[in-house]
Write a protein that binds this ligand. Structure first.
Ligand SMILES: Cc1cc2nc3c(=O)[nH]c(=O)nc-3n(C[C@H](O)[C@H](O)[C@H](O)COP(=O)(O)OP(=O)(O)OC[C@H]3O[C@@H](n4cnc5c(N)ncnc54)[C@H](O)[C@@H]3O)c2cc1C
Length: 554
């Protein structure tokens, strides 16, 4: 990624300043820059450090939300999901089979079948065949064969359907990098303190970078894509007790992150074997794949607290991710709820890690995105889902373009492949050959292609030049040393936590939360970034301290 500083942003003559480097802000930057606007993008933490790096990883077409959001919204979401799978991010988004068991015999089978048929039909409403196969109904026997761990007591059959799945933080950094490749000035670890206004119009923002340097950045329009922090930056917003309110008062989520600081709380097994409760509201669990026997993901209905909810169990490499459509505060409760559906309950000792989103799921989950223009020069956008980010961004930029006089072209992002997507299918077909040429096992090549797409060529070229990069990473052998090098050189990883938690997902995929891998990764990062011994020690100590406290967020 082209390095950018606050001074670059200050000197730039920006059409649009985008605040918030989650999936929506990244999408807005990409949409705007590919329409010909001069764009700046700032993020207070790391790219994807907010909700976008802590999702359940499903790129869903809105099935669970069908009754709430209606067929039209579901059709639009499915179209976006299929675009990602087929055209813009086939290297990152892959299909995942999901199984929805029936418990009440024929009436339920008919009702759910009808809902799923509507869901399938929604894919065809745009006169294009669906990218994923339609649903099919399964007998009780087939359910037992596909998911032997399920308690079969009252299961009468199931529906099988397909969704997309993605490494959410990787999708976010890839959208940011794609936007940067078209000229967006993108700067992480830089918090916007307040919006600047002249005669009631927003004309830019005041921001502070990781080193504490402040700058005033002018822009003809500003898009706020700060997720749950949306309203806090509005002039006149009610601030926290220690911050003075008023139009000119500094606002925002606080100081930019310290090196290695985390934006989210987490949860993990404590020394007594119980799972520590997260501070934030919605938790996901990570289990070893072997602990739950199933060759498909699961959607399990769970009624309680007066609301219908669904648990989802999604395959994630050699692991499962367990989440819910409703907020679960307590990981133990989530585990107990999952166990209710299984032949053998799963104890907390089987949980590899748990992660919590820094913000609750919120009532907007799965709903249409909200776009507001509270004052001239300002657009607020709140996204709906991973699948919907591109369309949400398009609508936000449409609104911003109107504020700029309406002369810019329409969105083209439905035809802009993300970095690594162009030519991916051919490279995937050549993976055996590529693996032989690179001198690595085919499984490794598949791992690289599904994370970097055609950018894998950059890693392979580096491996050829520096054979030590071919080695598995000590403490997290699923990854290669080359991936640490690449994350630092190309993906704006500047802190140990950026690398262990988001460029890789080592924190959630290892029993120790990345503690074992931390010293080696820090050594490699120090060599690339020129850290002195004190900085290296501080990075490791800070990371390990949080991991051991059980408050680590993967
Ligand atoms: C528990 C949970 C599970 C979910 N699971 C799924 C799922 O499986 N599939 C799905 O499609 N969706 C899921 N979602 C929804 C999804 O996470 C959101 O729709 C999406 O991430 C929203 O992206 P965003 O960019 O709007 O917000 P965020 O990712 O939160 O980004 C906002 C960014 O703004 C930054 N920011 C805030 N203030 C400032 C400031 N002053 N200056 C600079 N930057 C600032 C923050 O640091 C943050 O990175 C889930 C949500 C939750 C909470």
């Amino acid at each position: 990624m082209i390095p950018c500083t606050v001074a670059d942003l200050e000197a730039a003559d920006l059409d649009l300043l985008v605040i918030g480097g989650g999936i929506v802000g990244a999408g807005v930057a990409l949409d705007a820059v590919t329409r010909g606007l001069r764009v700046g993008l700032v993020e207070a933490d790391d790219w994807g450090g907010g909700r976008s790096g802590h999702t359940g990883t499903l790129v869903h077409g809105g099935l669970v939300d069908l009754p709430r959001i209606g067929v039209g919204a579901v059709a639009a979401l499915r179209r976006e999901r299929d675009l990602l799978l087929d055209r813009t991010a086939p290297h990152l988004v892959r299909r995942v089979p999901m199984l929805l068991p029936f418990h009440r015999g024929l009436p339920e089978r008919l009702a759910v079948g009808a809902g799923l048929s509507v869901y399938d039909a929604a894919a065809f409403s745009f006169r294009q065949p669906g990218v994923l196969p339609g649903h099919r109904q399964l007998t009780r026997r087939a359910v037992r064969r596909l998911a032997p761990s399920l308690a079969m007591t009252d299961i009468t059959g199931a529906a099988q359907f397909y969704e997309g799945q993605v490494d959410d933080a990787r999708l976010t950094i890839t959208v940011v990098r794609t936007a940067a490749s078209y000229g967006t000035l993108a700067l992480a670890r830089t918090a916007v303190r307040r919006l600047l206004t002249v005669d009631g119009r927003v004309v830019g923002a005041e921001l502070t970078d990781a080193a504490g340097a402040s700058a005033t950045v002018g822009a003809r329009a500003v898009v706020l894509a700060t997720g749950t922090e949306l309203s806090r930056l509005l002039p006149g917003a009610q601030l926290g007790p220690d911050a003075p309110a008023g139009p000119d008062a500094p606002a925002g989520p606080g100081a930019p992150a310290e090196p290695g600081a985390e934006s989210a709380s987490g949860a993990g097994p404590t020394p007594d074997g119980r799972l520590a409760a997260p501070i934030a509201e919605t938790v996901h669990l990570v289990l070893p794949r072997g602990r739950l026997r199933s060759s498909t993901g699961l959607v399990l209905r769970s009624d309680g607290r007066g609301e219908a909810r669904a648990l989802y169990v999604v395959p994630w490499g050699r692991h499962w991710i367990v989440g819910s459509t409703a907020a679960w505060v307590d990981p133990e409760q989530l585990l107990a709820e999952l166990s209710r559906h299984l032949e053998r309950p799963i104890g907390s000792e089987s949980v590899e890690s748990a992660y919590a989103s820094p913000a609750p799921m919120g009532p907007d989950m799965g709903r249409a995105p909200s776009i507001h223009q509270p004052m001239p020069g300002l657009v607020l956008v709140r996204g709906s889902s991973l699948a919907g980010y591109r369309a949400d961004a398009e609508r936000a930029v449409d609104a911003a373009v109107l504020q700029l006089g309406g002369l810019h072209p329409r969105s083209v992002t439905h035809r802009v492949p993300l970095l690594g997507a162009d030519g991916f299918n051919a490279r995937w077909n050549q993976r055996h050959l590529l693996a032989r040429q690179a001198g690595i096992p085919v499984l490794r090549m598949e791992h690289l292609l599904q994370r970097y797409g055609t950018e894998t060529a950059v890693l392979v070229a580096a491996i050829e030049e520096r054979p030590e990069l071919r080695e598995p990473l000590s403490g997290a052998e699923d990854y290669l040393v080359a991936e640490v090098w690449y994350a630092v050189a190309y993906e704006d990883a500047t802190r140990l936590s950026d690398l262990l938690a988001r460029r890789t997902r080592i924190t959630r995929e290892t029993w120790d939360g990345g503690v074992k891998a931390a010293p080696e990764v820090a050594r490699l990062m120090a060599a690339e970034l020129g850290w002195d011994p004190a900085r290296r020690t501080a990075e490791i100590d800070g990371f390990v301290e949080r991991a051991i406290a059980g408050r680590w967020q993967p």
